[in-house]
Design a protein around this ligand. Structure first.
Ligand SMILES: [Zn+2]
Length: 418
């Protein structure tokens, strides 16, 4: 029993003091006022009046890219890369209060299953599996001089990205991901910043290729998320039936309105677009072309959030901070949204709304016993305890000393209560 907490349940507008939360096994079984009366043989964790809230959720990360694309491609084998991902899972995520992540491209299906089985310590993972990309797309990581015979192949960089052209190859690659344990699919519909052959204007897939991925996702009861910056590629993705738009930094207002109309989800990377891309030269491994692209995105990216709010587009948030040094900025990714949204709106993006989008994986959702991102009877016991009230002052999250307690799946991973 976690007693005497100011509870924020992941949804409400404020906290309620004097609450207790009962956890049995991996699940929350009760939430009530005051303490249990009478004899009970449970372990008591005294919250000391601090704020108990759902564990944080990063809806866009790449665990197997913790050293960036170039190093993954040229330097590390799968074992070293996996070990680095494991370190990030424990040290950068779980111990700092991030109890769930959605991995939006990489060789993480095995790690996701290992965490779910208890064989590996880390946050819960909803994995997209390998990036689905076209030749010359954002996920095509060969060297520029590679010719046709060895340009793509289906698999690159230790199974992190599948290069496919044409409907049949998309069907093969997406189904391979699902076989390996992917919870949803991630397709690269557009050029990106940190890749070499894809201008921001470029389409990464034809409409028919996108539709092939959407059909496979639908056949398995899950959904496609696309990497799309440009207005044109967001619209092509919506034409294909894509449910979740990652980035969308170059969207126009009309397209945001269209997203609201069709019920598409916006997955926002605030720190990457607004802070990092204001000074892309500071990012490791960025070429002159990457820097140019980053600066261009930065300009429009600051306009998009206000439109999301205006049209009421369901918005989640993920860091996309995939270099190890930038993973330290996870909390900054939360804080830098403050010019656009209130603290409680921002925290919902990282808790209850994130949980709703994770559940869109349907039968491919590895955690179907209850919701994540909320504190209520029947939810998974993923909770964090902070000194101070983040709903009143979001900067409480920035100081790791304020994080007193982390529980995931009913297991305690951090306890520094006084
Ligand atoms: Zn990404």
């Amino acid at each position: 029993m976690i007693r005497d907490v100011a509870l924020w349940d992941g949804r409400a507008d404020g906290v309620v003091s004097g609450k207790s939360v009962l956890v049995e096994g991996a699940m929350i079984t009760d939430v009530f006022d005051g303490d249990i009366v009478g004899e009970a043989d449970h372990t008591v964790i005294d919250g000391g009046g601090a704020t108990l809230m759902p564990g944080l959720i990063d809806m866009h990360t790449h665990l197997t890219l913790t050293r960036g694309i170039a190093e993954v491609r040229d330097k590390w084998d799968a074992t070293a890369n996996g070990a680095m991902a494991g370190e990030a899972m424990r040290e950068k995520y779980l111990k700092r209060g991030w109890t769930s992540i959605r991995d939006t491209g990489g060789a993480t299906t095995g790690m996701a299953r290992a965490v779910a089985d208890g064989a590996l310590t880390g946050p819960r993972i909803w994995s997209a599996g390998a990036c689905i990309t076209g030749t010359s797309g954002h996920g095509d990581w060969v060297h520029a001089a590679a010719g046709l015979c060895c340009a793509g192949g289906l698999m690159q960089a230790n199974d992190m990205t599948y290069v496919c052209d044409g409907r049949d190859e998309v069907l093969k690659a997406t189904r391979t991901n699902l076989r390996k344990g992917a919870s949803f699919l991630k397709m690269f519909a557009n050029g990106g910043v940190a890749s070499d052959f894809d201008p921001l204007e470029s389409y990464g897939f034809t409409l028919d290729e996108l539709k092939a991925g959407v059909e496979v996702a639908g056949d398995y009861g899950t959904y496609v998320a696309v990497h799309a910056f440009s207005d044109e590629t967001v619209n092509r993705s919506l034409d294909a039936g894509v449910k979740c738009i990652e980035h969308g930094f170059l969207m126009r207002e009309e397209t945001v309105a269209r997203m609201a109309e069709v019920g598409a989800i916006f997955s926002w990377q605030a720190y990457a677009s607004i802070v990092s891309f204001a000074d892309p030269a500071s990012l490791p491994g960025f070429s002159a072309d990457h820097i140019r692209k980053g600066l261009r995105i930065n300009e429009n990216a600051a306009k998009v959030p206000a439109w999301m709010k205006k049209y009421g587009v369901k918005t989640v948030a993920g860091s996309d901070l995939y270099f190890y040094n930038t993973l330290d900025s996870l909390m900054q990714d939360i804080l830098c949204k403050e010019p656009f949204f209130s603290p409680v709106e921002i925290l919902r993006m990282h808790t209850s709304t994130a949980g709703e989008v994770l559940a869109m994986s349907g039968p491919k959702n590895p955690y179907r016993e209850g919701p994540v991102g909320v504190i209520e009877p029947g939810a998974y016991a993923d909770v964090v305890l902070f000194d101070g009230n983040p709903l009143e002052d979001l900067s409480v999250l920035a100081d790791p000393d304020n994080l007193r307690f982390v529980m995931k799946d009913g297991v305690v991973y951090r306890d520094t209560r006084p």
